[in-house]
Structures are given as C-alpha cells and as structure tokens.
Design a protein around this ligand. Structure first.
Ligand code: NI
Length: 204
C-alpha cells in the first residue's frame, strides 16, 4: 500500500469516527427535547430575523443596530382600527410592568403600509403609546423583504368606506428575539400582557 492511499484511508476513518461521535452526542439530545423546544427549533429555522428599514427618526437601521437587546417586534400600520392599537397598548403595559428590566427590551413597530406610514407618521403614532417604541418604515421593497424574512403576511384590501379607500390585512404575531437576533418565541394576538411580562421576567 502506498503512502497516499494509507493517508486517504486514515482520513476517511477519522471522518467516520467524528460523524459517529457527533451522532452519539446529538441523538440523545434530539430524543429528549420537549415539543415546545422542537417548535422553537423549527421556527428558528424558518424565520430570518433580518431587516433593512428606516427608523421613525429617518435613520437607516438593520437588525445589527439592535444587537444586545431583546426585541419585541410587531408588524402593522397606523390606520389599523383595532389589532395594532391593542397590541401597542399591550406592549406599553409590558414595558411599564417590567420596570428597570425594560431597559433590556426594545419594542419595534414595523409598518406594512409604507405608502402612508412615513417616518414622521410613525414617530407621531408610536409616541402616542410609549416613548420606548421605535417605529420602522422604508421603501415598499424594504418592507416586503422584512415581512418575507419574518414570514409575516400582509395584503392591501380595497375598502370604500375607510380613509384613502383601503386597509391592510396583516398577521398578528408578536415576535420576541434574543440579543443575538434569534427567535426566542412569539405571542399570539391578545396574549394577556401579564403573560408576556411573566415570560420576560423568566428570561431577563
Ligand atoms: Ni393592525
């Protein structure tokens, strides 16, 4: 057997051993995870928590600007009659209830209606709820991309009776991202604020 063949065989042998060792380590972990951990793992895989948008102060921002903070992210629009005001009210209650710990949490409200929700409109809107909420908007393309990354659905709906003749349908999940930008969990619409507070107090 020549020297190169021997080296090749040894390399394959070593690779095989590493693969078996890796399986031996991960398999028991995989089998022992709880259903919620599995759900969490699969959600982390499908959501890319990335965005390139414009803050309500008119500054370009990406997810990198918020590294090191827990992010509560909600997609909606300022003309929303119910879901968005309710959620932003809930977020405000959460922030107040967290007290000093609220410093580690940054709530973001991303518009799905950039046509009307300019930085100025966003600034005015979010400030009516809580001084810590940052509104994010951008070009139609930027907003579409951010929503796509978060798997957020939205759709313009013609409605003759409302302002400007249209409304926006949108998903209502409230995302919680960890300081590394990974999805920690999400809350469905109308989750009681005290439940969100309880979850955050476990983490912070
Ligand atoms: Ni809404």
């Amino acid at each position: 057997m020549n020297r190169w063949r021997l080296i090749r065989i040894s390399l394959w042998g070593a690779t095989g051993l590493v693969a078996i060792a890796a399986l031996a380590v991960t398999l028991p972990q995989f089998l022992s995870v709880s259903p919620t951990q599995l759900v969490k793992a699969s959600n982390q895989a499908v959501i890319t928590a990335e965005f390139s948008l414009v803050s309500h102060a008119g500054e370009p921002v990406t997810q990198e600007n918020f590294r090191g903070q827990w992010l509560l992210i909600f997609f909606g629009f300022t003309h929303c009659p119910d879901v968005c005001p309710t959620t932003l009210n809930d977020i405000s209650e959460v922030m107040d209830a967290l007290g000093a710990k609220a410093r580690e949490v940054q709530p973001l409200f991303v518009t799905v209606d950039p046509e009307r929700d300019t930085p100025v409109a966003m600034a005015e809107y979010v400030s009516a709820f809580h001084p810590r909420i940052i509104g994010l908007t951008g070009s139609t393309q930027q907003v579409k991309q951010a929503a796509k990354n978060f798997r957020v659905y939205f759709q313009k709906v013609v409605q003759a009776e409302v302002a400007d003749g249209y409304s926006m349908d949108h998903s209502t999940l409230l995302f919680l991202l960890n300081p590394d930008g990974g999805l920690e969990t999400f809350f469905t619409y109308a989750t009681p604020p005290e439940d969100i507070v309880a979850r955050l107090e476990e983490i912070l």
